[in-house]
Every structure is written in structure tokens, then in C-alpha cells.
Ligand binder design. Structure first.
Ligand code: SF4
Length: 972
């Protein structure tokens, strides 16, 4: 049977299965054999014990679903719980999960390594010596909770709310913790997003009011990725499998990646642009579509806010669509293929080839930019904005095979409690210099603290390791060591990390199979809800036991955050006098703390359409259903919600303004299924915004200020960035014009497929596959330096240097070098007793004034533990921690740290050793101050006296009156 016949057979099987209303399990067999255990047999699944071979020994398993926590995709996992030992033997894919459909990347099954990791943290620890000295005592949860609750209560009583800060890396949940912070009344949410994805988010949000795209890859004819989606991009495995499905159908894949990534190797056209030139290429593609009338005129006429653009920017011209088309033609006329070729270093003929392919895609054009070029370059947010411009020209927006706004392809259920917006604004995270930043200026915190802008009394990190993950890590060490700046630091983490070593408390939290969370992501045109759960708790409950506390099933005293936050909230306000306790109180048993069972049962019973009915069909409660299957699909083929007609009954006394925005007196309907609508001001007479008039109908539109797709962002224009109000090309900080002749560009943003930032280092299978990060360098560049593969090279940044081995490869441009960011994990000799030994080197750290030197004392080595595999560690070089040598580069619009570095590369000195780092943090301060000058602060540029446009997304929004710039009671 050839491949085509196989595919046809699989498609036929899928159709037949789905016609019966059953879930199709596509599997590695490709012919729908028993690729996955049928769900009817999940209570008693039998497999032969491989280790008993050649004896035939049967093992009986209970299969319990959860979701992977090793990246943001949250793919479904099935834990194989041995019915005899009640231990987990392995994790495989959950075929019932609509996003991942039974498939995982290597990191999913490696959850088992993390659970059984001999180096994991099992008990709450309290610092015994000086910060960072490596002395700890084991404490009980009660002691830690009482201490922290007393600190936070005191801060609240003394109106120091903003000194309580929670800093999260990978949230992996539905906003649970944001609501806890809101219950405390603190504006204390801090995230890693500005070192991750906020630049791309900005590009998308200014277009469609929502900050992420949801590409329908599986149904596209042409897919354009400005990122490495087949190996590590956003929603990696769920998207990668759909990209491959499209390729099987004959879709063409275009990949922009300076480096020959695994994704690029699968492309029909691989474009390797000079870093930061991607927006110039996209504008050349757009120019091609516009000049040759290859765009969807009707879509542009109906859905772009061109009338507003013409009225504001070209009042001298008659406002007609034809007039706008003329303006549009002239606007991008300079972006010829030749110009883009000069900027990008890519042959103009290849760019023409890209444009020709894109122009044929019509509405089946899916695209995605995440991290990659957006997060590497200053102005990188325009990469996403210019990429989406092509979708908007083709009308490939919320079409089959096009790109949806993310919120239409995810589901956010209503929780049991929604505390009010905090009555304050925290300038340590949302400073007035960055009014349009997509997320908190988290990576500037050390500088703000050193500037005396405030202090932090109680600082939590969760799934976050800023010393290692952020740029400028030694500035973090400096503030973490200063108890006047950070009073108490609490690391919530399952594993040791570079930041936790400087904590006051290290509190052990569970991995993906040891905790509860719900999540829903835009993996395709559908809405689903996934349920992460402690699998041993669910297994024992299936056996009839009652488990009240997740610690009862987890190893040691490992807990989960949900129960931890509820308990901490309860102890902050034990008598309810602060008005906080009520948000952690049971509704069924008033006076008792809310349990996770009640929390999730409420959501599943009341907020998820169709789930109670589906569960009842199997004689289950909604919670039991989710504990049994781990996911629920709410809807498929959501479609173009912007075209949804607003019903007459929602149009009481309507008014339409000059740009077609329609306002109504009808109150907003309460709906558990949240379809985002614009957060727009009411009209002068108090009507709420309800949609836009398109021709003769009132349609729902997009959640933007205009209600349409914003080719023209009046927000950008009004807040001081007029020159960037339409999609534009901004020359990067590493553009050739900004480099000295002896400098080159370092790309430091790419991920290896089997590693994430921190926690994957505690997975031995992954460490064996990938454990070091050499410098990618082109043969011509290497020849010029007299360097060959394996030689040591020194890379000099603005603030210091690092030393690593070279990897000479044609997979990188000659004018660029690259180094993966996962490696170079380290611990001090003083931390030998604690933590990670498979991927962490032991280093010495010298510190004089602002001068920091880190030297590798020992690499990874074999050691004895309860896991015999640790005696078989054969690798020693675990790479270099390059991020320590990067100063902060906050983009003045999006707030994103611009990761690419202008560097000098040379052969290492004789005294240099692999892994060496040197940094001068006074230079970090100087670079920080330079970039601060690029901003256009709200004080000078706010059009309405507020700190930030209210319509822009913000995690944990404060109450509206605290958006005002002038001091108000509660602003701290
Ligand atoms: S893509 Fe891999 S790491 Fe990410 S959630 Fe899925 S299985 Fe886990």
C-alpha cells in the first residue's frame, strides 16, 4: 500500500468513526488498529511486563489522564498506574484530548523522569544561613504558611499591598492565582511574558484586539511560519501535527528562520533572513499583493478600519474606499523585492517566489509568528503586525485554513468566585514609561529596585527562574542578596534552580501529574477544556478512597499550588475581617476552606456547556467525567464570530457613530461562554458598544476600539507612536547600520526540541539527548577566526563575555552566530548537597564591586542514587549560561526584551575555559538607562491622563479609576 492509499484509508476510517459520534484515534499504526487503549478498558488495561521477557508476565494498569506541564501546549497524558504497586509506570498520550489527540513530544513521557527524579525537592525548606549560602532546615508546611500569612497580612494592614509580588513563568492554569491576588487586593501579578512573547502579542493585539493567533494549519494551502513550530514553537505538538497533516494534503510550507532549524528542514521554501529584516520582507509581499490587485477587496472594504484612517490621517482626501486603495498603494510602494533583498540578504527571486505562493493561497493562508524574530529585535512586534497584514489582505481571517483570534478558539469558564479588580496600580511592574507594554516589565525589576522605585516585602516565584532565564542574571543576584530590597523570597518549585538557591523558603510543588489545573488553548478551530490532575489521587478515588489533600498522594510533602494558595488565603484572614477569606470559603460547607473538588466541580457543573449532559450519559458527575477522561471538547468549527449578526433584541435604542460603531442600551447578556467583545467606552449617553455596522447589518466585529481589524491603530498614534500606527518596518537594534564593523549578531532565542527552561533538566532521558549549547558558526566565519568545531571561542557582549565551544555549520548565515538558551545550568559548591546533578555544573563565583566571574569547577558526572541510571551519566559539558552576559533591552513600545545581541566573536584566550562568564553589572545599569531614554512615557504622551489604554489586555486589571495618572488613594 502506498502513502496515498494509506492516507485515504485513514481519512475514511476517521469519517466513519466520527459519523458514529465516536472519537477517532489516529495513531502510529496509521490504519486505526489499536493505536491507543480504548477508553472502555482504562480501568483494567493489561500489558506484558517487558522486563520479564521471555516470561509472559501480565501487568494490570489503571489509565488516568492528566496534562503535560513541560510547555504551554498542555498536551494530554495518560498515566499508567500499576494496580499492584499504585505507582506510575509510564506516561503516554491521551487520545481523548482534542488538542494533542494522543500525541506528545519527548518531553511528555519524560514527566516520569521528573516524578522519579532522585534530586527533586520533597520537603519545605527554610534558609538557615545567609542568602545563597546553601544552609537549609526542613520545616513543616504549617510553619511556612503561618509565617508567610502573617507577613502578607501585615503588609495589607499597613497599606503596603504592592510589596507583595507573585512572579510566574509558565502559568499553565486558568487564572486561578490571579484571582487569589485579586482576593488579597494586591496588584502583585508579575509574569515572564516580556522575555518570551509579548512582542508578537503586541503585533496581533494592535490588529485584532486579541494577542495571539490561532492558525488553522490543518486546512491551509500555504503555511508561513516565522518561528520553529515543528520543533518548539507555540503550541508546538498540537500545531506541528496539524502542519504535517496539511503537508500530507499537499499544502506548501514556508519557513523564515535565520538558522536551519528542524522546522526549516521540512519547508518547501526556507528563507534565512538577516535578523530583524522579516518585516521588510512581509511588506514586500504585501506590496506585491496590493500593486497587483491580488488582495480580497471586499474583505478589506468591510473589515479594515480604513475609514477611520482616512478621516484622521488624510482629511484632505475624499473618504472613499477607492481613495484608500490609492493611498495604500503608495504607502508600501518602496517595499520592492529588491529593497527587501538588500535588507534581508535573501535573493529577490526567492522573495518573489514566496509572494507568488502566498498570493495563490487565498483564504487558506495560515501563518504564525511567536518569539523568534519578534522577540529578538527592537521593533520586533512589527514582524507579527506585518505578517498578519498579509492575512488581512487575503481575507484569511477566521476562515477555514486561515488565522483566528485566539480567544475564539479557547474556552474560559466562569469560576466559583471572581474577586473585584484590585484598587491600586503597581509601578514596579507597570511603570509609566511603558504605557503600551503588553505585559509586566518584569526583567527590569532589579533596576527599578536599585533606582529606589520601591521594594518587595514578600516575593513569590513559581515555575520561574529569573537568575537563569532572564537577561542580566547577576543584577538579580545582587537584589536577591539585599534583604532591604526583597524582604522574603519564596520559591515555589518542584526542582532546584539558580534563583531558588537565594530563597528564604523553598516550597516543593508538584509536576504535571501531581497537581490540578484547567486550561484551554487555541490549537485549532475548536474550543476544548483540559484538566490536569494528581493522577494518584484520581486513581485512589476510583478505587473508592476519599482524598482530601493532594499531599496525601504526592511523594514526600510535595503539594500543589491550588491547595497552597487557598490555605494561605485562609490564614491571611482567618476571621474574615479583611474581607479576603470569603474567596477561599466553601459554598456547600460555609465556615470551611474551599476544596479543590468543590472548586472544579462548580466550574464543570455550571460553566462548561454540554459537559453535564455528556457526563450524565455515562452516569458520571461532570467532575467524575473530567477525572476519568481529562478533557472535553465544547465545540468544533467555531467559525467567523466577527460576522455574527447582533440580534434585534440586543439593539435597544441603538446609535451608530461616524465610523460605524454601534451602541445600545440593552444590558450585556450574562454568558458562561465568553466571546470577547470590545472593552470600549460607552457613548456620551451611556450606551454600551455592541458591534459595527457593515453595509446594512450590525455585526459583532472584533474586540478593538474601532470594532474592526485595525490597519490603523489610533491607540499607537494617540500615545506618541504615530509613525508606527500602520504596519511598518522598524530597523532592529542589531541592524547592520547599528553594528560596528567587527560585530556580528548573536541569536540566543531558539529552543532545543527536548528541553525547556528549567524543569526539563530533571529528566534524564532528555538530558542524555541534549545537554550542551555550542556556538553555531558558518565555515567562512570560522575560517576567518581560524576556528574549527570543538575549539573554544569567546563571545563578547556589551556587559561581559562567555566562553564556549564552536560548532562549524552551514546551517547558519555567515554574518550571524547562534547559541541555544537552555544550557549552562549551574550551582555553587556550597549547594552541592542540594539539587540537580544531571545537567548542572558546579561553579565558583567571584564578586568584587560590580565585577562578576563565574568559572566551571566540575561538569556533570556520574553519581550514585536510588536510580542506577545516574551512575551511567557519560556527558560532562553542560554548556554555558550566556544570558548572564546580556544586558536588558526593553522595546519602548511592547516592553519586550529584545534578545539578539551585537557581539564580537574571537578565538578564546589560552586561559579561557568552557563555561567561563564575566560580567560588569555597572555596564548593565548603563545599558538599562540608555534604553529607558527611548521610551515615550505616559506622563508626556497619554492622551487622556491615564497610565495605559484601558482596552489593552492586562493580567489582573486594576479597578478603572486606578488607571489615572494622578495620585489616587491606593496608588503605591
Ligand atoms: S508539546 Fe511536548 S512538552 Fe509541550 S505539552 Fe505537549 S508533550 Fe508536553
Amino acid at each position: 500500500m502506498n502513502l496515498k492509499e494509506l492516507n485515504e484509508r485513514v481519512s475514511a476510517a476517521r469519517r466513519e468513526t466520527e459519523a458514529r459520534g465516536e472519537t477517532f484515534y489516529p495513531g502510529p499504526s496509521r490504519v486505526h488498529l489499536a493505536a491507543f487503549p480504548p477508553r472502555e478498558r482504562w480501568d483494567d488495561w493489561v500489558e506484558l511486563e517487558s522486563k520479564a521477557w521471555p516470561r509472559r508476565l501480565e501487568r494490570r494498569y489503571m489509565l488516568v489522564p492528566t496534562t503535560c506541564f513541560n510547555c504551554e501546549s498542555a498536551c494530554g497524558l495518560l498515566a499508567y498506574v500499576d494496580k499492584e504497586t499504585l505507582g506510575v509506570r509510564k506516561f503516554e498520550g491521551n487520545p481523548e484530548h482534542p488538542g494533542s489527540r494522543g500525541r506528545n513530544c519527548a518531553k511528555g513521557p519524560a514527566t516520569l523522569n521528573q516524578v522519579t527524579d532522585p534530586d527533586r525537592i520533597l520537603y519545605p525548606l527554610k534558609r538557615a544561613g545567609k542568602r545563597g549560602e546553601g544552609k537549609w532546615v526542613q520545616v513543616g508546611w504549617d510553619e511556612a504558611l503561618d509565617d508567610l500569612a502573617a507577613r502578607i497580612r501585615k503588609a495589607i494592614e499597613e497599606s503596603r499591598h504592592n510589596e507583595v509580588m507573585y512572579h510566574v513563568g509558565r502559568p499553565g492554569e486558568d487564572g486561578f492565582t490571579e484571582r487569589i491576588l485579586a482576593a488579597w487586593g494586591v496588584d502583585g501579578h508579575n509574569s515572564h511574558t516580556n522575555i518570551c512573547s509579548s512582542s508578537a502579542r503586541a503585533g496581533y493585539q494592535f490588529w485584532m484586539g486579541l494577542d495571539r493567533p490561532s492558525p488553522d494549519h490543518a486546512n491551509a494551502d500555504v503555511i508561513l511560519l516565522i518561528s520553529a513550530h515543528l520543533e518548539a514553537g507555540h503550541y508546538f505538538n498540537p500545531h506541528a501535527q496539524r502542519v504535517m497533516e496539511a503537508k500530507e494534503r499537499g499544502a506548501k510550507l514556508i519557513v523564515f528562520d535565520t538558522r536551519l532549524s528542524h522546522t526549516a528542514t521540512h519547508a518547501d521554501i526556507w528563507v534565512s533572513p538577516y535578523p530583524g529584516s522579516e518585516a521588510a520582507i512581509m511588506l514586500a509581499v504585501a506590496n506585491h499583493l496590493i500593486r497587483n490587485n491580488l488582495y480580497d477587496r471586499e474583505f478589506v472594504r468591510r473589515w479594515w478600519n480604513w475609514e477611520e484612517y482616512m478621516a484622521v490621517e488624510h482629511p484632505e482626501l475624499e473618504t472613499s474606499f477607492e481613495g484608500f486603495e490609492e493611498v495604500l498603494k503608495n504607502l508600501y510602494a518602496g517595499f520592492t523585492f529588491e529593497y527587501a533583498a538588500r535588507e534581508s540578504g535573501v535573493d529577490a527571486r526567492q522573495l518573489e517566489e514566496v509572494a507568488a505562493l502566498v498570493s495563490k493561497a487565498g483564504t487558506r493562508f495560515s501563518s504564525h509568528n511567536w518569539r523568534s524574530a519578534a522577540s529578538g529585535n527592537s521593533g520586533g512586534w512589527q514582524v507579527a503586525r506585518t505578517l498578519f497584514l498579509v492575512n488581512a489582505l487575503l481575507g484569511a481571517v477566521a476562515t477555514e485554513g486561515g488565522v483566528y483570534p485566539n480567544a475564539w478558539n479557547k474556552f474560559v469558564p466562569k469560576p466559583i468566585y471572581t474577586p473585584p479588580h484590585p484598587p491600586r496600580w503597581n509601578e514596579l511592574t507597570w511603570p509609566r514609561e511603558y504605557p503600551l507594554a503588553m505585559n509586566e516589565l518584569s526583567f527590569l525589576l532589579p533596576h527599578f529596585l536599585k533606582d529606589g522605585r520601591g521594594k518587595v516585602d514578600t516575593y513569590f516565584t513559581r515555575v520561574y527562574n529569573p537568575v537563569w532565564t532572564n537577561p542580566d542574571g547577576f543584577s538579580w543576584v545582587e537584589v536577591l542578596q539585599d534583604e532591604n530590597l526583597i524582604g522574603c523570597y519564596v520559591a515555589l518549585t518542584p526542582t532546584w534552580n539558580e534563583t531558588a538557591y537565594f530563597a528564604d523558603y523553598v516550597l516543593p510543588m508538584g509536576h504535571g501529574s501531581e497537581r490540578h489545573d484547567i486550561h484551554s488553548y487555541e490549537t485549532h478551530d475548536a474550543q476544548w477544556l483540559g484538566f490536569r490532575q494528581p493522577v494518584l489521587r484520581a486513581a485512589r478515588e476510583r478505587m473508592g478512597e476519599t482524598i482530601k489533600d493532594t499531599r496525601d498522594v504526592n511523594p514526600g510533602e510535595v503539594w500543589e499550588e491550588n491547595e497552597f494558595w487557598l490555605e494561605l488565603t485562609w490564614r491571611i484572614d482567618p476571621d474574615g475581617s479583611l474581607g479576603i477569606r470569603k474567596f477561599a470559603e466553601s459554598q456547600t460547607n460555609p465556615g470551611e476552606r474551599l476544596s479543590v473538588d468543590e472548586y472544579y466541580a462548580f466550574i464543570f457543573e455550571n460553566s462548561v456547556p454540554g459537559l453535564p449532559q455528556r457526563a450524565a450519559e455515562e452516569g458520571l458527575t461532570p467532575l467524575q467525567f473530567m477525572r476519568r477522561y481529562g478533557a472535553f471538547e465544547i465545540s468544533r468549527k467555531v467559525g467567523a464570530l466577527y460576522e455574527q449578526e447582533v440580534a434585534d433584541e440586543e439593539l435597544e435604542d441603538p446609535r451608530t457613530d461616524r465610523f460605524g460603531r454601534v451602541y445600545t442600551r440593552t444590558p450585556k447578556p450574562a454568558s458562561p461562554n465568553i466571546v470577547p467583545v470590545p472593552v470600549l467606552d460607552a457613548d456620551a449617553e451611556g450606551r454600551r458598544f455592541v458591534g459595527v455596522r457593515v453595509d446594512d447589518r450590525v455585526l459583532r466585529g472584533f474586540p478593538t476600539p474601532s470594532g474592526r481589524l485595525e490597519f490603523y491603530s489610533k491607540t499607537l498614534a494617540d500615545w506618541g507612536w504615530h509613525e508606527y500606527a500602520v504596519p511598518a518596518y522598524i530597523k532592529s537594534h542589531v541592524h547592520r547600520d547599528n553594528l560596528n564593523p567587527d560585530q556580528t549578531v548573536l541569536i540566543s532565542t531558539f529552543r532545543l526540541p527536548v528541553q525547556i527552561h528549567t524543569r526539563s533538566a530533571n529528566a534524564k532521558w532528555l538530558d542524555e539527548i541534549a545537554h550542551t549549547n555550542p556556538l553555531w558558526i558558518h565555515p567562512s566565519h570560522a575560517r576567518a577566526l581560524s576556528v574549527k568545531t570543538g575549539d573554544l571561542v569567546r563571545v563578547e557582549t556589551e556587559t561581559g563575555h562567555f566562553v564556549l565551544r564552536a560548532w562549524v555549520t552551514e546551517g547558519i548565515r555567515p554574518d550571524v552566530v547562534a547559541c541555544s538558551h537552555h544550557m549552562g545550568r549551574w550551582k555553587l559548591a556550597a549547594h552541592e548537597g542540594e539539587g540537580q546533578r544531571q545537567l548542572m555544573q558546579t561553579v565558583s563565583l567571584e564578586h568584587t564591586g560590580d565585577d562578576w566571574s563565574l568559572k566551571r569547577e566540575r561538569g556533570a558526572e556520574a553519581y550514585k542514587s536510588e536510580d542506577p541510571d545516574t551512575t551511567r551519566i557519560w556527558w560532562a559539558d553542560v554548556g554555558v549560561h550566556q544570558n548572564l552576559t546580556f544586558p536588558v533591552h526593553p522595546d519602548p513600545v511592547s516592553g519586550m526584551h529584545c534578545w539578539h545581541q551585537a557581539v564580537r566573536v574571537r578565538k578564546a584566550d589560552a586561559s579561557d575555559r568552557a563555561g567561563d562568564i564575566h560580567v560588569d553589572t555597572s555596564k548593565s545599569r548603563s545599558v538599562y538607562r540608555t534604553w529607558l531614554q527611548f521610551t515615550r512615557p505616559a506622563d508626556l504622551h497619554s492622551p487622556d491622563g491615564t497610565r495605559r489604554p484601558y482596552w489593552l489586555l492586562r493580567p489582573l486589571k486594576p479597578a478603572r479609576e486606578f488607571y489615572k495618572l494622578q495620585e489616587v488613594q491606593g496608588a503605591e
